[in-house]
Design a protein around this ligand. Sequence first.
Ligand code: GLC
Length: 626
Amino acid sequence: MSDWISQAASEAWQRLAPMQQTRFSAAEWAEFSARAETKWEQLFRLLHLLYGWRYDFAWSLNEILDVAATGYLERRKPHRRVDREPRGEFLKDQSTLWAMTYLDLYAGNAQKLPDRLDHLQSLGITHLHLLPPYAVPEGANDGGYAVSDYRRLRPDLGTTKQLRRSVDKLRIEGVGVVLDLVCNHTAADHTWARAALDGDPQFADFYYFFPDRTLPDQLSPHLRPIFPDRGGDAFTWLPEKKLWVWTTFHSYQWDLNYRNPRVLAAVAGEMLYLANLGVAAIRMDATPFLWKEPGTSCENRPEAHFVLQILRLIADLACPSVVFLSEAIVHPDDVASYVNPAECELGYNPLLMTSVWDALATEDVRFLVTALRERFALPSGCHWLTYLRSHDDIGWGFADEDALQMGVDPRLHRRYLNGFYSGAFPGSFARGELFQHHQQTGDARISGALASLAGLESALSDIDPAATDLAVDRIIAAFAVIIFAGGIPLLMIGDEVGSLSDHSYRADPLLAADNRWSHRHRFSAEAFDQATLGIGPEGRVLAALQALLELRRSLPPLGQPRTVPTGHRGTLGFDNGPITVLVNLSQSVAILEPAPAARDLLRNEDWQNNVLAPYEFRILANPGFG
Ligand code: GLC
């Protein structure tokens, strides 16, 4: 494409590049400028779109280039080597398996992380997302998502140097570490926030401050309350400064103002710092909220995509091998919109996750079929993380229009699911809790561990062996869906042994108000060793999960699932490359449509029966395979 902007981009490069070149050796400059050759014009275009109108645009360009150059120069040799290979080859690999955990709950601290290699390897985990281990304010910190400083760890977790060493050790053993860039906000005590309040003009526009309620009152009616429990709206009063500040999440998480190009440059600098710790991927937190536009919901604005694209291009210059993961818990169309080669090649699939829970509650797989048939496709080279539980709550994020098409009232259905999973619905097997219950709208989400939501907690407390067996089978059937659907499976550590919800957080005044802590498991090496004996519910869950993962590793690449009718409302059927999966997600015996005999790959036997017991599933070889 050759137009005036292409010309302008090239002129800008001619002027700015020599100032950077002096910092590089000849070989380094050859590499960096070769990357710029393919990326600079697009970067220029996007920056011009967002900031071209500003008097200081040229200065911003220079600052962004400077950040990218610094990121490149600070990159260590082994990572520079990986950067020369095509990015994300591992995404296509059937043995790729992600897991997530808190560093302290899993290993104690950064230094001790490699002690968990045995555990990671026994499951075949190739990527480990450590929930934010960074310095946080004293007091509440939203599970680490209020970051005071990316370049310091929470003191009890050790130092970044120790973390870097552990990241290196894990990498050598085949486990890539993933860290968060909480790009929508910082903690109220981040240096940028302090400087802004102290009147430092460089930081004056880093956040959205308002002298009175005029603008907040205009903005508020359009905004979705994300944490309604906190009361008020998305704006927080700072009495000492007599200012309001925009805080979409908690009052101590201040939204960054990306209308200011300095914010983008500063965030990019932190991103490259994390990349240079040696991580394999960066999780982009809360992507939909990055850009605010008065009169709108301030979610999923086109400019939020431009911000991500700019960050991707900066990473392409400095650390191209680092993969981006998008975290967007919004309408399914919007969730998917962040997962593309120009933004994030990986995205969580919350729709598949909630649809599995939906099917288990309703014993009807219609939502699940829609999630796989209509809403699973992604651009080439991009992948979903498929999961059942994360550190967050479960919000029923199906599209209202999908529900209406099935003749389901979306509002009532969400209410039913909340009733079911909080255990309030008569006959429910689940023992979760409502999270952020909004008194006016009745909206709520669900907290609780996988095993507790799937009925193991109630079965064990009722000392009911039949219900216990059923709950274990339910857990395993749910795992079968996310392991073979075609994305990259993601485990919440603790769920591999069916850990129940843990309510000890209630004794900690800082955590008590946030029941998401009930499913953020503390790892126990003893409990895990015990489970490897294969005894009891924990042992059965672990053994079955390992068998499923092993089978997955042995298969040629899975891709886009094609749902197949099963003739039973509670049984999901899909065909994915070499396999056809039939999963009965209901408590009743399923009589399926007759089908030709096929090889059951898990049990290694021929299967021609058309009956599935409750929660029974079959992974069948397609003709020509197995
Ligand atoms: C993401 C995180 C969640 C956090 C929120 C605000 O959704 O997963 O834990 O509360 O962002 O940072």
